[in-house]
Design a protein around this ligand. Structure first.
Ligand code: SF4
Length: 690
């Protein structure tokens, strides 16, 4: 059933020795029976491929549609390998929801079911970055003064006070100190007062509370577990850093792998703001003379002034005044570090203040150096992209800052992930336009692949592919897409405009929502468009329209799932995070093809870099980005075997543009149409039948 492609290179072997454990098929059958399911061909095929990949050391990219049972398909061979070899297997996810599913549901059931055949109970643990755990030492130690934004807002000050109070109460109850267990959550500002980054931590040997430390306990637990569940961010920190943060392992399984590049990029992104400089200066000021600390304060004020006048967007050439200010920040931060001096036998309180100051100073110093270096040579410009960010998000305006991010993470992943572990990547969306090429390139995997064709590697001399072998495999989906779903491209509509949704789009949306009797997930390319559609349709249709931002997203999704004659409109997080099986969701509408914004600094720099090498920047970057999101959005429609419905894309370019074929080939194989009346009739039939 599955389609495969392979590349050749030097063989690698992780575990080719026979062992006395039951076969993979026996263990999988036991696991499937224990969770009350039936064996599915795609699941068996995937489990065997994962098992083979672990045994041979070849990397594997496996696309497995919703309903395949892919978590079992990788967990069973992973557990078998860990038990046979006594080494941890790392499983990385992008979302908390999947982490929870693995740790709270799948792994406990599997551990119980496999204990007998494996002759011991497999163990598992969850591990996140240090910042995710409550730091008991910081809880009682020095707190940062609130930054200016909070200081001048009395409501924010009292809210933060209340939140820190709640954190204290929670600290005496929690057994794991994991921020995600705190419901409802607290603001980032409050959490920062009771947590530390890896740089800020005193180190377990110096910390007076080291033996009770939540982060250390989680790390110790992970170190002796067969399966360690983590997130892409920690995986990236482990790959980027010099210190090992994950336990010893030789196999990494990356679920939700379509998100890997974005997550790794954000971990590798540096940010320099006037606020960060002020915090570093304030922390240093408590330990050194005013004269030295004031140099940093002044340099930070200079940055604040320059950034307040700078237009948001990519910086191609660093203006002289900015370069001078960054040099001043770099030198002043260095002077503060020197003035603080080398390590002394401080009391714990003083050691904490020192560590907090040093880590903030180093952060500011290193980012200033990185931004300056990015303009050093033409080559450097191809490594790092710098931009002024002042984006407005739903939580309010962000302070303006300078950001620096890698143009790509392929080299890093190739060297530090694929070069050091057998890696299995999986997701419902890994092929775009029908092949693994686009994502493989972003991951740093060599060669040109065509799904279904066994191909020799065709890596260029820039890609040291000779020691990397990988296989791409699509195990398909249990859904009958052409029978269960319609892909409707609204060919007759005008192209999308710059100023909100055109009237024709709103009218089309009204007709579709009316025909479906609600039951619509509206995925919009901007919050502005989602709000415009909500305001417009609330007056014109008889069903409730929920809009992202009206309440917590989780609560809105719950209301939407419980009341079929309801619509939920929103933007990016809904494109990937909504799982509503059943008749509450029969229509997914997307307003436009989700290309990156033309002023997106990273996407535009990446596009330009591809073009400078003679490639097609638009297809490689913008169309790939859009295809991935479209496929994720369309994937919201069918969530269970009985689901039926329509994916409607209002943007006519899906049907008319040259790249439309590539985008359509990235979507599940629904029955395609451009006829609105056919679609409305189908929606009316579905509404009547449910
Ligand atoms: S070792 Fe101490 S300082 Fe570090 S995170 Fe744990 S409690 Fe905090």
């Amino acid at each position: 059933m599955g389609l495969r492609a392979g590349l050749t290179g030097l063989p690698g072997t992780v575990s080719a020795m026979p062992d006395s454990l039951p076969s993979l098929r026996e263990l999988l059958a036991t696991a499937v029976a224990a969770v009350g399911g039936a064996e599915r061909p795609g699941q068996v095929e995937m489990a065997e491929a994962v098992h083979a990949s672990i045994r041979t050391g070849d990397h594997l990219a496996v696309q497995a549609g919703t309903g395949t049972g892919k978590s079992l398909a990788y967990l069973v061979p992973a557990i078998r390998h860990a038990v046979a070899n006594g080494k941890s297997v790392v499983i990385s996810t992008a979302t908390i929801a999947l982490q929870r599913q693995l740790v709270d549901r799948d792994l406990p059931r599997l551990a119980k079911a496999l204990a007998k055949p494996l002759k011991r109970t497999p163990t598992f643990a969850i591990l996140k970055g240090r910042r995710n755990y409550l730091c008991l030492h910081r809880l009682d130690g020095p707190k940062d003064e609130p930054d200016d934004q909070v200081l001048f807002d009395p409501f924010a000050v009292s809210r933060m006070g209340r939140e820190v109070g709640r954190l204290r109460d929670w600290a005496s109850d929690t057994e794991v100190g994991d921020r995600d267990e705190l419901v409802p959550g607290v603001s980032d500002q409050a959490w920062r007062q009771v947590s530390v980054s890896a740089r800020e931590c005193l180190g377990v040997s110096r910390c007076p509370i080291g033996t009770d430390c939540f982060a250390e306990k989680a790390k110790a637990e992970a170190g002796k577990s067969d399966v360690v569940v983590t997130n892409h961010a920690l995986l990236a920190i482990d790959a980027l850093g010099t210190a090992q943060v994950l336990p010893e392992h030789d196999v990494v399984i990356i679920d939700e792998a379509h998100d890997l590049v974005d997550r790794v990029t954000s971990v590798a992104t540096g940010e320099l703001s006037a606020t960060a400089v002020a915090v570093a200066a304030r922390r240093a000021g408590k330990l050194i003379t005013d004269e030295v600390a004031d140099r940093l304060v002044e340099a930070g004020e200079g940055l604040a002034m320059l950034l307040s006048e700078a237009p948001a967007g990519r910086v191609d050439d660093l203006p002289e005044p900015v370069a001078v200010t960054l040099q001043a920040i770099r030198d002043a931060a260095h002077a503060c570090v020197t003035a603080i001096g080398s390590e002394r036998k401080d009391d714990p309180e003083a050691a904490t203040a020192r560590k907090l100051a040093l880590s903030a100073l180093e952060e500011v110093h290193d980012t200033a150096v990185r931004v300056l270096d990015a303009f050093g040579t033409e080559d450097a410009k191809l490594r790092d992209v710098v931009w002024v960010s002042g984006d407005i998000n739903t939580a309010g305006p962000r302070p303006v800052s300078l950001r620096v991010a890698p143009l790509g993470v392929a080299g890093l992943l190739r060297e530090r992930l694929f070069g050091e572990n057998t890696t299995i990547l999986t997701s419902a969306t890994l092929t775009l336009g029908g092949t693994f090429d686009a994502l493989a390139k972003q991951w740093g995997l060599p060669g040109k692949q065509r799904v279904g064709v066994k191909a020799e590697g065709t890596a260029t001399d820039k890609e040291p592919s000779d020691d990397i072998r990988w296989t791409g495999m699509d195990v398909g989906s249990p859904f009958d897409h052409p029978r269960a779903g319609i892909l409707y491209s609204a060919r007759h509509l005008p192209p999308p405009g710059r100023d909100g949704l055109p009237p024709a789009y709103l009218e089309e949306l009204r007709e579709l929502v009316t025909a479906a009797g609600g039951r619509t997930l509206g995925l919009f390319s901007s919050m502005r468009a989602a709000k415009q559609a909500t305001a417009e349709l609330r007056d014109k249709v008889d069903v409730d329209i929920l809009c992202q931002g009206d309440d917590s997203t989780a609560l809105l999704v719950k209301k939407f799932a419980e009341n079929p004659p309801t619509c939920l409109f929103g933007t990016l997080s809904l494109w990937q995070g909504v799982d509503v099986p059943g008749p509450s969701l029969t229509l997914v509408v997307m307003d436009r093809i989700p290309f990156p914004r033309p002023d997106d600094p990273l996407a535009s720099a990446r596009q330009r870099a591809v073009e400078s090498r003679g490639g097609n920047g638009f297809l490689t970057v913008a169309a790939t980005h859009a295809a991935l999101l479209l496929a994720q959005g369309a994937g919201r429609l069918l969530r269970s075997m009985d689901d039926k419905g329509v994916v409607a894309v209002l943007d006519p370019r899906l049907a008319t543009a040259r790249y439309g074929g590539f985008l359509r080939a990235s979507l599940p194989p629904f029955w395609p149409t451009t006829d609105p009346e056919v679609v409305r009739a189908a929606l009316r039939r579905l509404a009547a039948a449910s």
